[in-house]
Design a protein around this ligand. Sequence first.
Ligand SMILES: [Zn+2]
Length: 331
Amino acid sequence: MSTRGAFGYWRDGIRWEGVYIRSDAYPGYALPELAYAMVFREEEALPERMVEARAEAWQFLEEGGVCPFCGREGVGMPVDIRGDIYALRYRFAREPILADAYREEIARLERAAEEGDQGAAGILEDLRHTGWPDPGERYHGHWDPRVGHLNADPLFLEWAYLVTRGYLSVLRGCVASRPGGRPATERIIALRLPGGEPLAVVDHGHCVAAFTEVARLGPVALAQLAWIARMKRRAEGKGQEEAREAVDRLADTLTYCAAFVAGLVAAAWASGKRRVVREPETGGKELPDVVRLETLNRYGLELAAFREDLPGLPAPPRDAVRLAERRLGSG
Ligand SMILES: [Zn+2]
């Protein structure tokens, strides 16, 4: 599924940074995968490493930040890839079951090269000499996958998973139409919930989009997800499906609630009543705030689920919990 999201760190206040998740960012898939990587992968699969490598989350976990088409590191995620390059390196070469398809693709390129296709000849030569189908980056480019509070648009990124003070926070991007038909002015605004976590709101003019924190998973919950994903890897079949179902059940409820909060955000905007607060993290610059924060806060705090563990999943071993605590910075 083409559900996009982000994996990162929630630094303080409204500031967060991380990397893009290009697909399958919905909790049922992303949470067990990210939990497994954080807890059990040899290299620490933490967002900081991904930001350093300028690698999109799944690319980092699959390729360690090395571009599978040109072999370069730290250049960003590969984009605009010619079909035969993609097929050679990504689809066919890595799946033994597709070995025949790989040979057919090579044969097709050889025929094309014989007929004078310089591109096909070049790809074959590159493969022979370097092992990469496009080391010169003639048939693909790169894109910086780093996202954060300054450029993450909840219209586009639906989920964000952020490491914060001993938890993994789950944020849901949600959108509400904004009555009034004001001219479109896109801006990102910090909306502080008293006593709760702040929200980043994007005002698109015709609609308002926001990330709301819908769940926090503690070390035990993270270890549960990691553990069940590991069992799945060891023995195919039952395992991760259970995790996906449990997390999706949680996410369904929370997504509904997040949409409700987005409605309240839009209602507050439409009311036109605002006040200005000073945010220490902006160096004293004034940021607009919504006047009905008390309402938002009441619902927001009631809706956010702070989970030490996930009911319905087996208890993880103690050492997995200790690893999870360490990765979340609470151990
Ligand atoms: Zn590349």
